[in-house]
Write a protein that binds this ligand. Structure first.
Ligand code: NAX
Length: 327
């Protein structure tokens, strides 16, 4: 058996974690031969609830679950972590402006970035889910000067999976038959779900679907799927978000399938003309624990405009929190 790896999770008593932790403990994220230590982190007032979650995890008797530790602060919770899943965030309250939300979360993620810098394993891989995920990832990475920004990512795999599922359902295909889906930009309604490289059973998707359906129905459906789920369930997506976290981390750590493209929020290096210094979702492939942007994708005018719109939103978000970024 291999040595266990340490996985820190914030917001561990929340709705997403209630699916996520059980998947991790069952070996779905790190592989069926990799024992895990779960370092669960919550706000002090949620520690009782967290103890309940830990009891249930124990009661599942997962063979790969080595140890569970509980923490009410990130400085203890991130100690020696190989992986950090930053799920907890401050939700938007009544009367709160988007700028207040950005600023309040900036403070939370600044502290988490510093704690990762000071206490986590030097090779820690970080995935930010808590919203606004892209800008929170930017704040965390900028507050961790001793870690590489490439160790930080944000979750856009849920958007990717949503696009795949909705397209499969529309075409009467299975998701196995579909490849080449790309999500560009922000995890927000400005994101751009791009089907121009997508294939269904190996043939171009755009030649098998109606362009009007793609532009007027598919794109807004993916962009607003989170809201549609809240309206239907009265609660936000939780199980699908947990699955997306597992998928994104598993692919990052264990690699994508040959030829497979996934979407990941990462620090822009200027590829495709996107401004450097923002966390932006790009098409990537993963190998040996690293991700690489897929280059040389042709973008038509329609796509280019959408890439720019979501880029501008991220630049605006960055401007709101700029005074909190270490210079
Ligand atoms: P819940 O409100 O059910 O749970 C969040 C938990 O985080 C709570 O238990 C809270 O006590 C804890 N928490 C808050 N601040 C914390 C901190 N500083 N340190 C440790 N714990 C903290 O929310 P849930 O449905 O689990 O969603 C979690 C986050 O994911 C939200 O910000 C949500 O907006 C975001 N999402 C992001 C998605 C993405 O694709 N990037 C999709 C799903 C989800 O909406």
């Amino acid at each position: 058996m291999r040595r266990p790896v340490r996985i820190a999770v914030t917001g561990a008593a929340g709705a997403i974690s209630y699916s996520l932790l059980f998947k991790i403990a069952a070996g779905e994220m790190m592989g069926k031969d990799q024992p895990v230590i779960l370092q669960l982190i919550e706000l002090p007032h949620a520690m009782d609830s967290l103890r309940g979650v830990a009891m249930e995890l124990m009661d599942c008797a997962y063979p790969l679950l080595h140890t569970i530790t509980l923490h009410d602060n990130v400085e203890d919770g991130f100690k020696n972590a190989h992986y950090a899943l930053l799920v907890g965030a401050k939700p938007r309250g009544p009367g709160m402006e988007r700028s207040d939300l950005l600023e309040e979360n900036a403070q939370i993620f600044a502290r988490q970035g510093k704690a990762l810098n000071d206490y986590a394993n030097r090779d820690v891989k970080v995935l930010v889910t808590g919203n606004p995920a892209n800008t929170n990832a930017l704040i965390a990475s900028r507050n961790a000067p001793d870690l590489s920004p490439s160790q930080f990512t944000c979750l856009t795999r849920l958007d990717h999976n949503r696009a795949k599922g909705i397209l499969a359902n529309h075409c009467g295909a299975t998701t196995r038959d579909i490849g080449g889906i790309m999500i560009w930009g922000n995890h927000s309604p400005t994101q751009y779900p791009d089907l121009h490289q997508a294939t269904i059973l190996g043939k171009p998707a755009m030649s098998q679907i109606d362009t009007t359906w793609y532009r007027d129905e598919f794109i807004p459906k993916v962009q607003k799927r989170g809201g549609e789920i809240i309206q239907a369930r009265g609660l936000s997506s939780a199980a699908s978000a947990a699955q997306a976290i597992v998928d994104q981390m598993r692919d990052w750590v264990l690699g994508t399938e040959p030829g497979e493209i996934i979407s990941m929020g990462i620090l822009s290096d200027g590829s495709y003309g996107i401004a450097k210094g923002i966390f932006y979702s790009f098409p990537v492939r993963c190998n040996y624990g690293r991700y690489q942007i897929v280059h040389d994708i042709e973008l038509n005018e329609f796509s280019r405009q959408r890439l720019t719109t979501t880029e501008q939103e991220l630049l605006d978000e960055k401007a709101v929190v700029d005074h909190l970024l270490p210079k």
